[in-house]
Design a protein around this ligand. Structure first.
Ligand code: 5AD
Ligand code: SF4
Length: 493
């Protein structure tokens, strides 16, 4: 199946539906989006929010206030699927008091017939079902429902790339930009290539124009997203100067005017020394790489179809640290892949100790219907949990040690807002993605005209600004610091 490019002009055709829907919905209606899964889903939800705001809908803080609910699903592990059906149960009850409530369900789970069948059978109140490729035509699908179709189930099978869809950015400090869709890797446990289709890249000029516009709008940071960003451009015709990921990143760093550029995710088999040199050469590319180890056993890596060895992975890490001394490295690890023996697991522990990751996202293996690994015999649940706990313990030591090395240093923090854990401190991240909580003296707030303001509004006022923060204390999952100086006008330098 070939990629279908939806240009900005074609997306504007959807604008006709936006206008019609605005009339059909009337004034004062509210929407609520529930998003599961990764940042790609977050970005898709931002696009649906943008479309709904263009239909004059207002955001409802609470589910109960909404007239239109959208659930953007994730199918990466079983628990996300379970939580989704839990939410549908809650909405089923809400519908009893609010029979006109519109319910739309989209995202990766909808690409699997088994889930759509279950919705059809057990949750017949769901008005709309569509897939991750169909976000751009959400206004058209909603229009069909509003014009009288009882149910609109329309999961597109085409691999699409749509430009020009309105976006409502969730955060003031960090914008998300999906630069490519889909994945060709077919790791044997993973559902993504089935749910999100083949790899397809946006045209370089479109991405660069978006980044420039985001910088002009005042965003401090942009995160370039793709399941495997290092494959960016491989599907594009070489003839029309599309370039690869390193070229895109270089141009983004040199031309966009952005203060910070981050990217996710990288596959270890595709990370080039060129990429590491590009990061090293550009201070506005963040000092952080996320590359997923998945397992430290070469046998298991082979069974996972990962196409690299533990040795290759560790060499890459050494190269990254040599070229970019202040780099932080985070990873994903799956415990209990079918066939994993205690010896295999010991290999993982050894590699994790040696790698000294700043942070690891650890998962217990979850069989996904339709993937090759789902046919294999599973590791018993108690063995999996016990290994998982041992791994977390080893990684927690790594995280604490990585954090302790920063105590006494002064780092530049991009403020994200008020800390979740303390009502009177702010939170943000440095260029290496470390989470840093810090306090400000009342005098500073007085100078900012925020002396009489509550903490929530103080957090909002400072979101997106840069601060110099001296690290005073290290914890496993965060750092504590105190303000040295706040950058003027939200910018440093
Ligand atoms: N079971 C457990 N974890 C999984 N991941 C992907 N598929 C599965 C699965 N079937 C993890 C991988 C991936 C991260 C996004 O989710 O570690 O890198
Ligand atoms: Fe899934 Fe592997 Fe693709 Fe990542 S690289 S999305 S783990 S198939």
């Amino acid at each position: 199946m070939s990629t279908q490019y939806i240009s900005t002009e074609e997306s504007l055709r959807q604008a006709g539906f936006l206008v019609k829907n605005r009339e059909l919905l009337g004034d004062g209606k509210k929407y609520h989006i529930i998003t599961f899964g990764c940042q790609l889903n977050d970005n898709d939800s931002e696009k649906m929010a943008g479309q709904m705001e263009a239909m004059n809908l207002l955001e409802a803080e609470e589910l109960a206030e909404a007239d239109l609910v959208v659930i953007n699903t994730c199918s990466i592990r079983e628990n996300a699927a379970g939580r989704f059906f839990g939410h549908l149960g809650i909405i089923k009850n809400l519908r009893k008091d609010k029979p006109n409530l519109l319910v739309a369900v989209c995202g990766c789970m909808m690409k699997q017939e088994v889930h759509v069948d279950k919705i059809r059978r057990s949750y017949p109140f769901v008005d709309m079902v569509f897939g991750p490729q169909d976000i751009y035509r959400f206004p058209e699908l909603l229009n069909r429902r509003l014009e009288g179709s009882r149910r609109v189930y329309d999961v597109g099978m085409e691999d699409t790339v749509a430009e020009g869809v309105p976006v409502r950015r969730e955060r003031k400090f960090r914008a998300l930009s999906t630069i490519m869709y889909g994945c060709n890797n077919f790791c044997s446990y993973c559902v993504v290539p089935y749910a999100r289709g083949r790899e397809r890249s946006r045209h370089q000029a479109e991405v660069l124009a978006e980044l420039k516009a985001l910088a002009d709008e005042g965003f401090s940071e942009v995160m370039l997203l793709g399941q495997n960003v290092n494959s960016y451009g491989k599907d594009l015709p070489a003839s029309n100067e599309q370039g690869n990921f390193v070229e895109l990143l270089t141009k983004a760093a040199e031309q966009s005017g952005l203060k910070r550029i981050r990217f996710m995710s990288s596959h270890p088999k595709d990370i080039s020394l060129d990429l590491l040199d590009t990061i090293a050469a550009h201070p506005n590319i963040e000092r952080h790489i996320h590359f997923a180890l998945q397992s430290g056993s070469n046998e298991i890596l082979k069974a996972m179809n990962r196409k690299y060895t533990a040795e290759h992975f560790l060499n890459l890490l050494a190269e990254a640290r040599k070229r970019i001394p202040d780099i932080s490295i985070t990873t994903d690890i799956i415990v209990g892949f079918p066939g994993e023996t205690e010896e295999d697991f010991q290999d993982t522990l050894r590699v994790v100790r040696e790698a000294g990751f700043d942070q690891a996202f650890t998962f217990q293996y979850s069989p996904r219907p339709g993937t090759p690994a789902a046919k294999l015999e599973e590791v018993p649940a108690d063995v999996m949990t016990e290994r998982f706990n041992r791994l977390v313990e080893v990684q927690n030591e790594n995280s604490l040690r990585a954090h302790e090395r920063l105590v006494g240093e002064t780092v530049e923090v991009l403020i994200e807002g008020l800390s979740d854990h303390s009502e009177s401190s702010l939170t943000g991240r440095d260029s290496a993605y470390h989470l840093i909580n810090f306090t400000l003296d009342e005098e500073v707030f007085a100078e900012l005209g925020l002396a009489e303001t509550d903490w929530v509004r103080r957090g909002q006022a400072l979101e997106g600004r840069f601060a110099q923060v001296k690290i005073t204390d290290a914890k496993t999952f965060s750092l504590q610091g105190e303000l040295v100086g706040l950058a003027p006008q939200g910018r440093v330098g």
